[in-house]
Structures are given as C-alpha cells and as structure tokens.
Design a protein around this ligand. Structure first.
Ligand SMILES: [Mn+2]
Length: 417
C-alpha cells in the first residue's frame, strides 16, 4: 500500500477518537451498529442470579478440590450450568419443578408434550422434548443482540412432560388440554415442546379454557393443518379445524405464515377459504419484507375482538436444508434468520403462550433441527422480555405482577420452590 493510494478500508486517521468511519462514500457511526449497542447493554445487566447459583453449587455440591484455582466457578458435584454438557437435562438448564402445584410461583413453565401418534408419514416427535432439552444446553441464557439475560431477567422453570398415551389420540388430547390449562390457570406462561402438530388443537384448547376470552393464533407452517379429518381421524393435519370449533377461536383469527409447495391439503384449503384464514407464503413475506409481514400477521391475529394471541411454530416452515429432522419436509421454506426476525417482532406485542412442533429427532442431523426449535423459543422469550411483556428490565424493574412477586420472594430469601 503506497502513501499516494491509501487503501480505503485502512484510514490513516485515528477513527477511535471520532467513532465514525468513512467507507466508500458512506459515513458510518460506529456507535450506531447493533453490535456496539449490544456491547453497551451487556454492561447494564446484573449477575445476581448467576452468583446465587454459584453459592448454591458450593452449598449443595461442595467446594472444589484444593488444587482447583477458580474456587468460585467450580464445585465438586455439578450443581449449576458451568459445565454445559454435564448434569441433568432440563430446558436451558433451568430448575426442574417436580410439584406442578407450585407453578404459580414462576413466570414461565416449559413443558414437554412427547406425542407423535398424530403423524401421517415420518414419526419421531415424541422424542423431541428430550432432544430439545439436551441441545438447549449449548445455549447460555444471555442473548447478545437484544442485551437480554434470561437467567437474570426471567423466572423460567422446566415442568417436565405431560403424560401422553401413545395408543390414543383422543385421550392424549384430553391430557394435553388439562395440562396446558393447569399451567395457564397457575398464571405461568406456557412454552410447549412438541410433539407433532396434532397437539396444536389440545394446546390451544387448554389456553382458551383458561383465558376464557377470544384468542388469535399465529401459525408458522408449510402446511395448513385445517382439514376436518385425515385417514379417518383427527391427526396432525387437522388441529385448527378443531380449534376453530371451540368457543373462543375462529379461523378469521388464524394467520398462517410460510404455507406452500406440494403437500398442502385441498380439503384444508377449502376450510380456510370458508372460515376466512389469512395465508402468507414465503414469497409474500419476501415481497412485504420481514417487518411488514410480521405487522400484518399481528393485525389479523388481534382482529375481531381477540384479546390474546398464541404462537404455534411448526419447524417445517424452515427449509429442510436447515431443519431436516421433521415429518413432512417441503423444500422452499424460510431461512432460520428470517423466522427469527419475524418471531422477534411478533412476540414484542405479547403472547399467551407458544409451542414448537414437528421436530423429529430420528430424522435429524447433528441436532440442528432441535437446536433451531430451541432458538425459536429463546428468541420469543428474549423478545417478550425486551418488549416489557415478561420478566424484568436490565436494571431490575419488574415488567409484570408475577415478576414483582418473584423478586419480593428472592429479596426475603425464601426458596422459590
Ligand atoms: Mn407442517
């Protein structure tokens, strides 16, 4: 590089002083970068819950052997999430609550629905709750871009699984509805680890039974799932036909994102036409752009007097190149970053609960589909916290009554479970 022709990407002046750089004909404020903003936010986050976890690890799992230098972080028995591949598997290594009567003390309850009797081709989602729990240990609770630390800002517990009956779809529906309704009645936000999409009917029914007001559903999928029956039964192709026959939901509040290709049920399309669903294809989202597509979905879901919205995310709306472990892979779906950004905006308006369905671990590769399912959930939770709909702010201000109660309990030193 000669002095006469300095490389434009290596300016000679001290850019650190001004924090502005000229790249080509564009002047860029370094501080305006998302990454730089995120660096500042990280400084505002507390580490109170993390520190308490370390203290507990020593109390319950003994301080480390004498030769260990980092006496704070390490215990003799694993009792926190420092050793991410070790320990008992719960979602994000959050506490397991064995007594479901105590869910009223927590803000978010993760629950597995290990059920795949509603599949019509590849089975396997009965293994998804455990697979998602296992791979969730890869993720730390801190989300860089939003500057959210789920451990510090939100009280999440793992409530274990609902007892599904693999020999009976109908009895499993009743079990699932009872379980989800219980979580909602306890005032906890349900995060459902499916399960095939047949569970979309009993989960929505459980949410509605508890909420007792009209809801909308934002439904990501390559398939419409609005057929009355499939192979003579209620299956994973039928949940929204049946949900729409409940008191507090109709198809006019169902927005379906990502539908398309050559696996779409014609009887289901007829129901959607008659009932007034809104379908957005991958092309629609591309043409509208992510933000406008998300806003349109919110408009539909919240229309006609709906007072809450439930999010149902079928992993097969993402292209099978990124989500191969699923029952009916259909080429041409979304990119992971597209759905994450859609979810981030949709969740910022608040939700009644959410589910990720149709992850099929036996058909997965390197756990990528399970991992994406987990990221859909963490994206939703971080967005809800960031938007003030759950948990507390970075400075510790509670966003919800439940968060206020949890903080008060922690301050008095009472155990939360
Ligand atoms: Mn599907």
């Amino acid at each position: 590089m000669s002095d006469q022709h300095p490389h434009p990407h290596h300016p000679s002046h001290d850019w650190r002083g001004s924090r502005r750089l000229t790249v080509g004909d564009k002047e860029i404020g370094i501080a305006d970068l998302q990454g730089e903003q995120a660096k500042r936010w990280e400084q505002e986050l507390p580490d109170t819950v993390y520190r308490e976890g370390l203290r507990r690890a020593h109390e319950l799992g003994l301080p480390p052997a004498d030769s260990v230098v980092d006496k704070d972080q390490i215990s003799t028995f694993v009792r926190n999430d420092s050793l991410r591949f070790a320990g008992i598997q719960t979602f994000l290594k959050m506490p397991y609550v064995e007594d479901v009567n105590l869910l009223s003390q927590h803000e978010v309850a993760v629950v597995g629905v290990p059920f795949d009797t509603g599949t019509t081709y590849r089975p396997g989602p009965r293994h998804a709750p455990q697979a998602m729990r296992a791979i969730s240990s890869l993720l730390a609770p801190y989300y860089f871009e939003l500057g959210v630390d789920l451990r510090e800002q939100l009280d999440i517990v793992d409530a274990g699984d609902i007892f599904c009956l693999p020999g009976s779809i109908e009895k499993s529906y009743d079990q699932i509805t009872k379980g989800i309704q219980h979580i909602c009645d306890q005032g906890a936000f349900p995060v459902v680890l499916g399960g095939d999409h047949a569970i979309g009917f009993p989960t929505a029914r459980g949410v509605m039974n508890s909420f007792d007001r009209k809801i909308g559903v934002i439904h990501f999928d390559r398939h419409v799932d609005t057929a009355p029956r499939d192979l003579d039964e209620r299956m994973h192709t039928t949940p929204y036909y049946w949900a729409s026959h409940e008191k507090h939901f109709d198809l006019g509040n169902l927005v379906q994102i990502g539908i398309g290709g050559m696996q779409v049920s014609r009887p289901g399309i007829k129901e959607g036409r008659d009932g007034g669903t809104v379908i957005m294809t991958v092309d629609d989202v591309e043409q509208l752009g992510i933000d406008q597509a998300a806003d349109l979905a919110l408009e539909v879901a919240w229309s006609n007097g709906a007072e809450g919205v439930y999010l149902s995310f079928d992993i097969d709306c993402v292209d099978p190149g990124f989500a191969p472990g699923t029952g009916w892979p259909e080429p041409g779906g979304f990119l992971p970053r597209e759905v994450l950004k859609l979810i981030r905006r949709i969740a910022s308006e608040g939700l009644l609960g959410m589910e990720v369905v149709e992850v099929s671990p036996p058909f997965d590769v390197s756990d990528v589909t399970s991992l994406l399912g987990v990221r859909i959930i963490t994206e939703t939770l971080c967005s809800l916290v960031n938007a003030g709909k759950l948990g507390s702010s970075r400075s510790g201000e509670p966003h919800t009554q439940r968060a206020r109660e949890i903080q008060a309990r922690r301050a008095t030193g009472l155990p939360s479970q």
